[in-house]
Design a protein. Structure first.
Length: 219
């Protein structure tokens, strides 16, 4: 998993994303577990002063070079170590999107989203969150505090870095050729065993060939 995280590092900082999180589905399919993250604050060099937390706490991105605590570090510190795949987080309805992305096995690209890390809402901006299912069973989460257009190149790059059999130093974000097709393998988990309360009609809908990034949108 560490190799996968490092393979995703090219997406943060200079390429616009503030942070990236790798979530892995637990063996019993009941949790999305935090496997690691990449923080873009080091490359951006900004400093974020938070009155509620000491700024000398290290960033959760333990693989990066030590850097002053930034707003991205602060946001990453608020995430839980795991996300239950059931209704126990109903008070944070935005977490439902994680289950929907897993069940659909299709990326969710959201703009003007509300932070679901648990921190207080910051000033209104055109925030973007992408939740991308990966072949090893889990999600890659990308977040930016500005508008990020839907980008198949980014999706293809994430999927290419999250195959257990692929050497993660073999390609970079810049080296990967854009593709018009992104072929998602079926998730390793049996979707019927996910403990999320969803109707049979919803499951059939999410298991269909619908791709939210298709060039042809329904009328």
């Amino acid at each position: 998993m560490k190799g996968m995280v490092e393979g995703l590092r090219a997406l943060v900082g200079a390429n616009g994303w503030e942070y990236c999180i790798l979530w892995k589905l637990s063996q019993d399919n009941r949790l999305l577990e935090w496997m690691g993250c990449c923080c873009g604050g080091r490359e951006r060099g900004e400093f974020y002063q938070c009155a509620d937390n000491p700024t000398n706490q290290p960033c959760r991105d333990i693989s990066s070079f030590p850097h002053r605590r930034t707003r991205a570090c602060e946001e990453l510190s608020e995430f839980p170590s795991s996300i239950p795949m059931d209704d126990s987080l109903a008070f944070l309805p935005s977490f439902r999107n994680y289950a929907e992305a897993l069940i659909s096995n299709q990326p969710l690209w959201q703009t003007n989203v509300i932070d679901c890390s648990g921190s207080h809402e910051k000033e209104a901006t055109a925030k973007t969150r992408a939740l991308i299912p990966i072949p090893v069973g889990g999600l890659v989460e990308l977040f930016a505090w500005n508008h990020m257009a839907e980008d198949q190149h980014t999706i293809d790059f994430v999927v290419s870095q999250c195959h257990e059999s692929i050497p993660h130093a073999a390609s970079t974000y810049q080296d990967l050729e854009p593709s018009n097709d992104c072929h998602y393998q079926p998730p390793s988990a049996d979707l019927r065993t996910l403990p999320w309360d969803m109707s049979s009609d919803q499951i059939r809908h999410y298991n269909s060939s619908l791709n939210i990034f298709s060039a042809e949108k329904p009328a």
